[in-house]
Design a protein around this ligand. Structure first.
Ligand SMILES: [Zn+2]
Ligand SMILES: [Zn+2]
Length: 171
């Protein structure tokens, strides 16, 4: 049973701790539509409202603790935006994200913030799998149109991937 209230309380506590403008406190939303990202910070041009969106499927897969560190990542975005109008994943972001106990993907964390790195991300929805007669199996993150497929070549033997019949199957 997820304690959704704990997420709300975390936002309130951090917002108070960092003395952020009350009217800009992020609204929290659980989404069934986010795909791979476990969370998202969304702000509006008017600078009058912002929102933290958390991936409900990731919550089901990885549990509340994982999602709490995602919330901390998004909170770092929210604080920097609300106080300084800052967006992005620069050094300023990383310092605060790490301080709040937020996660970053391994590439973002690098060596300097490797204690923040988390590899638990939802798998891609579907893989296009191409099998070449040479034996190579090539996985792509999405399916291609027939036109686009004509430009694909095997990474091993350089043969066009569509020249030898049916390589494609759902993974
Ligand atoms: Zn981010
Ligand atoms: Zn090949």
């Amino acid at each position: 049973m997820t304690n959704y209230e704990a997420f709300r309380e975390r936002i309130d506590a951090v917002w108070k701790e960092y003395s952020c403008p009350e009217e800009l406190r992020p609204k929290l939303e659980w989404s069934m539509r986010l795909t791979r990202a476990s969370g998202k910070f969304k702000c509006f041009l008017s600078r009058k409202e912002c929102r933290i969106i958390l991936n409900h499927k990731a919550l089901m897969a990885y549990g509340a603790e994982r999602m709490m560190s995602t919330l901390n990542h998004e909170l770092a975005h929210a604080i920097l935006w609300a106080k300084h109008g800052y967006m992005g994943h620069g050094i300023r972001f990383k310092v605060l994200c790490s301080k709040l106990g937020g996660t970053m993907n391994t590439q973002m964390a690098g060596l300097a913030y490797k204690e923040c790195a988390d590899t638990r991300y939802l798998p891609r929805k579907s893989w296009a799998i191409y099998k070449c007669p040479c034996g190579a199996v090539i996985k792509r993150g999405r399916f291609y149109s027939y036109q686009q497929e004509n430009d694909l070549v095997c990474i091993k033997c350089d043969r066009p991937l569509t020249s030898c019949g049916k390589f494609r199957e759902r993974g």
